[in-house]
Design a protein around this ligand. Sequence first.
Ligand code: ZN
Length: 197
Amino acid sequence: MRTAVVLSGGIDSSAIAWWKKPDVAIFINYGQTPADAEESCARNVADRIGAEFSKISIDCKSIGSGSLASRDALSIAPAKEWWPFRNQLLITMAAARAVELGVKKLYFGSVSTDKFHADGRPLFFQQISSLLQSQEGELIVDTPAIELRTEELVKISEIPKDLLLITHSCHISNFPCGVCEGCIKHLAVLRILGIEY
Ligand SMILES: [Zn+2]
């Protein structure tokens, strides 16, 4: 079965890419502020696993919210970094590319700590997978790490340390700022894993 991963170049999707070795790595520039750094990391990961790199550029910044859109989050946002329906948008865009490429399974890198937003929960992924399977292409969405914390995923995936160290998690910049939610999580995970940086 031909598979693809939605690869942001962050720790979670990079670890899933290493773990599952998909045929295709789909990177999406949807207008997020750190898109250039994310793309560079995603290209590196795709190269290392020998996946075909497929890029989508669709500027959704005008409907973004929160730190990845360089704006204050909407009042209904569950966190500073929250973009309305982002996972739905990303999966829809990736699915359109995936069916073009003959992909049957799409890996998405959500982890257990993403459940603070509704589109990071198992129910959302079951629903969007059912929705896609009911349409042409019969694409399955698989979230193999949905019950794992990032540090557990990293261990299971056996992603090499050097690749882990080049992943990009900063929400506000193409260079790690060290203080945003993305950087704080990145540093905390490396610390838990005992990785020096
Ligand atoms: Zn940052």
